[in-house]
Design a protein around this ligand. Structure first.
Ligand code: SR1
Ligand code: MG
Length: 398
């Protein structure tokens, strides 16, 4: 029997899984005892389903619009894009993503491992629990998928087919607009506190910075360097201190693009978390968070280097190519960190780390994030060493 589902509800999920036991993962669909809708992101429905034995599964379904703005239509096919990215990433690095149980193309729904024993990193950071091990784990994740899906990890013809399979025009356009363009123009999506008016004016008047954001956008649009997660902020990361378990989820913005984009997303959100810690008087936490990008990039490089001996075509891909590639990724990571930090302060989709602060502290935190972004955004022009850049951002704490 085909159970055609337009939009899943907590009431319809049990019958939905009963008709599709292959999507139930470890859950017995005949003994489901609870279904809770927990989606708190900008886009989708997310159900956690439990059976009588306590087994769980997550069912994620795309809506035909942006969840937080129903007047903004958005392709439901984004679920198919996420299925491609998660499927590829799980094969390469199963330790750093949720297990993928299956995809229902008819109803645009994914069945994914229930990670209820983990917590979302952003929430933990807001609560003052840093989980610093997560930075290096994410570096390893980006290094593993960054290498395996690059020209060094996948032979040419297969890679070209995979690039076509993972094309994600609609969600890539959202990133192009929201991350790289809207913060620098007048747009209804933008907003900031009156106390930050001068900070935004200065940022937009910084011609070198705005030029670097344009060039970063150009590289984002032109590059097919590796299959990125595409939205690797701290709200897309589950952490669990036991076993230092770190899982990147919500890869619907994934597509082939510059490897440094994912590193930059993590970096930006560490800067944002640090700004919150700083204005709340947790200065040691702020310094720790600002220095974690060094561990992120170091772990990325170590993972990438460890895979280098297996590269495709070592006849032309010698060690100088490796060094050049890593330097380029480091430089991109800093520029994308800047872009991703600015969009969360100036543009659409602000973050709870900043928005839940009382107003005077919110303005100070926002100013700090924008100053850090300006430090990182032009790094390509001189020294993109994460250690040097990190010390410059720490110096902003005063
Ligand atoms: C309309 S989507 C807004 C943002 O939510 C996602 O998490 C991405 O960051 C996107 O830019
Ligand atoms: Mg998301």
């Amino acid at each position: 029997m085909t159970l055609l589902t337009d939009q899943l509800t907590v009431e319809s999920v049990p019958a939905y899984l009963l008709a599709r036991p292959h999507l139930a993962g470890p859950v017995d669909p005949a003994s489901i005892v609870s279904v809770v809708e927990v989606g708190d992101g900008n886009l989708n429905l997310v159900f956690i389903v439990k059976d009588a034995a306590g087994n769980g599964v997550v069912v994620k379904q795309s809506l035909p619009h942006v969840r937080v703005d129903p007047s903004w239509p958005l392709t439901r096919e984004r679920a198919a894009r996420e299925a491609v990215v998660l499927g590829v990433h799980e094969k390469i690095d199963p330790a750093h993503v949720p297990a993928f149980h299956g995809f229902d193309a008819e109803n645009l729904a994914l069945s994914i491992e229930d990670l209820s024993d983990h917590a979302v990193w952003r929430g933990e950071l807001i609560a003052g629990r840093l989980h610093p091990y997560a930075a290096a784990e994410l570096g390893r994740y980006v290094g593993a998928v960054g290498f395996a899906t690059s020209v060094f990890g996948t032979p040419g013809p297969e890679r070209r087919r995979r690039i076509a399979e993972a094309t994600n025009p609609e969600l890539s356009e959202i990133t192009e607009d929201l991350v790289f363009t809207e913060p620098y123009v007048d747009h209804e999506h933008n907003g900031w506190l009156p106390a930050n008016e001068e900070d935004v004016r200065e940022l937009r008047a910084d011609r070198a910075f705005v030029r670097e954001m344009g060039l970063a956008k150009q590289r984002f649009q032109e590059s097919t360097q590796s299959l990125m997660h595409g939205d690797l902020h701290t709200g897309s990361v589950f952490v669990r201190a036991e076993g230092a378990s770190v899982r990147a989820f919500d890869s619907e913005f994934g597509t082939y693009g510059p490897t440094g984009f994912d590193l930059g997303a993590v970096w930006a959100n560490l800067v944002i978390a640090a700004a919150r810690a700083h204005v709340l008087g947790r200065s040691a936490d702020a310094e720790t968070l600002l220095r974690l990008p060094v561990e992120l990039v170091d772990a990325f490089e170590a993972e990438f280097r460890s895979r280098w001996p297996e590269r495709v075509d070592p006849r032309v891909y010698g060690d100088e190519v490796l060094e050049h590639t890593l330097a380029q990724v480091r430089s991109d990571a800093a520029a994308y960190a800047a872009a991703k930090a600015v969009r969360r302060i100036v543009g659409f989709s602000k973050v709870a780390d900043i928005q839940t602060l009382p107003e005077p502290e919110r303005a100070v935190a926002a100013r700090l994030v924008l100053r850090a972004a300006r430090t990182l955004g032009t790094a390509r022009l001189e020294d993109a060493d994460p250690r040097v850049l990190t010390e410059r951002t720490v110096a902003l704490l005063g």
